[in-house]
Design a protein around this ligand. Structure first.
Ligand code: NAG
Ligand code: NAG
Ligand code: NAG
Ligand code: NAG
Ligand code: NAG
Ligand code: NAG
Ligand code: NAG
Ligand code: NAG
Ligand code: NAG
Ligand code: NAG
Ligand code: NAG
Length: 497
């Protein structure tokens, strides 16, 4: 498992201030999550507050890394630390159904596919000795039956061409297309077979990699895979700063960026550095790229002139072999580079970007490139923005108009000093809670009060309750979506469901 190895190095940037992340806790649920702090929001952005952000908060300051869904107003909708650390939470369609997909940091890494009850119905892995890594799980559209997945292996390699040992070690990056139903490998491609060591910007001497199996040389670092309608693959190599178009037979058709670019006019406008999340857009005439603007800020990797992260849309003319900038989205209010991770995704008229190791989530108008929305995972404290204290690999979006979460567990209640706290982890469509009471455990049917849901957890006054209570959760149309167990008001204990 190379994951820890690749990321361990970020610890060296730990903030000297050691600022504490102020996490959110609740009475009615054991969840502990970072807050989502909204900094800027245009009135034009998500006016009905239907957007849902899919996030895996992690980093050294996060008490319980796991999956989380927040509304754009910062309200927590779902948090789940069942599987520990995760990455790349997304909503994807497989075989006509929606699944929440995410990579988890189990022994060899695995991608879980969960249904709208947040139950795991399928696990998908690469077929690879070194397991599955977190960088990509991209269900291939429009058929939605196969997935593109990344993996790594530490392999022996002669590194003398770059001044390393003959008996050296190398992190091989593996690209596979997997049949989701059967787990069969339909395409299997390795960086070691196709990409020269000389393409790498990683410096063997400064990174001190390459001499042991535990510290292999990271030459390419594949972090995204897409596929075009003709069946060719689009592979992003972060440490070669190159995007590769690869034919189904494995041959490289062209390289964009890096030391061996096949395109002319790679100038400042179209240059990208240590990029992530490369996707075909606009009917395969444009690429979107998350441009990190920098890699590790130690001298270990090449340092670039313009150290600022941005999202780029690049128009790619594959006949003239030219590339031109069509859109660029900058971080705001703070402009900076981000040393790793990040993504850019289009949703309707807006573009959503996650800044990876910088825990920023920003949305822009696609048309005007203006910032519409800016939020932070954690409180607004720059001391949390370095040293991988709070981070998120990629952010994706869905909405309550297209996704309905139906948790298998009922709403949870806590009775504290006569007040009643209710929450329902993962329920996306609750608008109101109804408090019922009764003086017998078996008859808790007298309505006390109706209150609007006021956040992940809603407080209801216990005034007017008798010995026992239960809380029902209602949708906007008045349908009862679920009902809690019966609780004893005197001591808060659960009696039965
Ligand atoms: C594949 O998934 C996309 C959404 O990701 C959806 O728009 C499309 O209809 C799906 N295709 C099929 C055949 O289910
Ligand atoms: C999700 O999967 C679980 C386990 O297979 C199943 O019990 C549940 O009904 C499913 N929920 C939905 C909404 O499909
Ligand atoms: C998938 O993996 C998780 C975590 O290792 C495990 O708990 C679960 O049982 C697996 N589910 C299936 C359907 O294989
Ligand atoms: C994928 O290719 C690599 C390198 O050629 C090979 O070692 C590995 O066995 C292949 N894996 C599969 C599942 O075919
Ligand atoms: C790696 O860095 C060292 C020390 O700065 C430098 O001497 C060497 O030329 C670099 N190697 C390459 C291949 O750039
Ligand atoms: C996309 O490109 C294909 C091939 O060039 C063309 O047939 C199709 O009409 C285009 N679709 C759109 C929506 O522009
Ligand atoms: C940019 O990020 C680096 C590394 O976290 C930090 O040292 C620097 O202060 C930041 N610059 C700005 C302008 O925020
Ligand atoms: C309800 O609370 C119990 C006890 O704290 C906890 O184990 C469970 O996960 C909670 N369920 C939900 C849906 O919040
Ligand atoms: C409790 O409810 C009663 C009747 O509705 C009301 O008169 C009383 O003021 C309430 N007490 C508190 C503490 O809110
Ligand atoms: C009421 O709203 C819920 C949640 O949005 C939905 O699942 C249900 O189908 C709706 N029922 C009716 C009768 O419209
Ligand atoms: C409710 O709690 C009170 C106080 O602890 C206790 O005396 C009573 O027996 C409980 N009732 C039930 C039905 O458990």
């Amino acid at each position: 498992m190379l994951w820890g190895l690749i990321f361990a190095s970020y610890a060296q940037f730990s903030s000297a201030l050691g600022q504490t992340l102020l996490e959110t806790t609740f009475h009615s649920s054991p969840i502990i999550v970072p807050p989502l702090t909204v900094l800027e929001r245009s009135p034009l952005y998500d006016p009905e507050n239907t957007n849902l952000f899919l996030i895996c908060p992690s980093g050294s300051a996060v008490t319980r890394p796991g999956a989380a869904i927040y509304k754009s107003n910062g309200e927590l909708v779902w948090a789940d630390a069942r599987f520990g650390e995760c990455d790349d939470l997304n909503l994807q369609t497989y075989d006509g159904r929606q699944y929440l997909t995410m990579w988890i940091n189990s022994e060899d890494g695995v991608v879980l596919m969960m249904n709208s009850s947040y139950e795991v119905v399928m696990n998908v892995s690469a077929v690879n000795q070194g397991g599955t890594d977190f960088h990509e799980f991209n269900v291939v559209k429009p058929e939605n039956k196969t997935a593109l997945i990344t993996a790594t292996n530490s392999i022996p390699m002669d590194l003398t061409s770059i001044g390393g040992p003959a008996q050296g070690w190398y992190i091989d990056c593996i690209v596979q297309e997997i049949d989701i139903a059967t787990g069969d490998v339909l395409f299997n491609w390795t960086a070691s077979d196709h990409i020269s060591l000389l393409e790498s910007y990683n410096n063997l001497t400064l990174s001190r990699q390459g001499s042991t199996q535990q510290s292999p040389f990271d030459a390419v670092h594949i972090n995204s895979i897409d596929k075009d309608s003709a069946g060719n693959y689009l592979i992003s190599g972060r440490l070669t700063q190159t995007i590769y178009k690869v034919a189904p037979d494995g041959t490289i058709i062209w390289r964009l960026g890096g030391k061996m670019s096949d395109f002319t006019a790679i100038v400042k406008d179209t240059e990208f550095h240590f990029q992530h999340h490369v996707r075909w857009r606009s009917n395969e005439t444009e690429l979107s790229v998350f441009d990190n603007g920098a890699a590790l800020v130690t001298a270990a990797y090449h340092i670039v002139d313009e150290s600022v992260a941005s999202g780029r849309y690049l128009q790619v003319d594959q006949e003239q072999m030219t590339v031109t900038l069509s859109k660029r989205f900058f971080p705001s209010p703070n402009r900076n580079y981000t040393v790793a991770e990040g993504n850019i995704e289009r949703y309707g008229d807006s573009v959503l970007m996650g800044y990876g190791l910088l825990p920023w989530i920003e949305a822009y108008s696609f048309e005007t490139e203006e910032l519409l929305y800016s939020a932070l995972i954690g409180q607004n404290d720059p001391a949390l923005w370095s040293g991988n204290r709070v981070s998120n690999y990629r952010v994706f979006q869905t909405s309550t108009l297209e996704f309905t979460g139906h948790p298998t567990q009922p709403p949870n209640v806590s009775v504290t000093d006569g007040d009643i706290y209710v929450s329902w982890n993962g329920a996306t469509h609750v608008t109101e809670y109804v408090l019922f009471t009764g003086n017998s455990v078996d008859e808790v049917s007298q309505e006390v009060v109706r209150v609007r849901k006021s956040g992940f957890e809603t407080m209801i006054s216990g005034n007017g309750t008798e010995g026992f209570i239960s809380v029902a959760a209602l949708a906007a149309n008045g349908t009862t979506l679920g009902r809690s167990a019966v609780y004893n008001v005197s001591d808060g204990s659960v009696l039965h469901t």
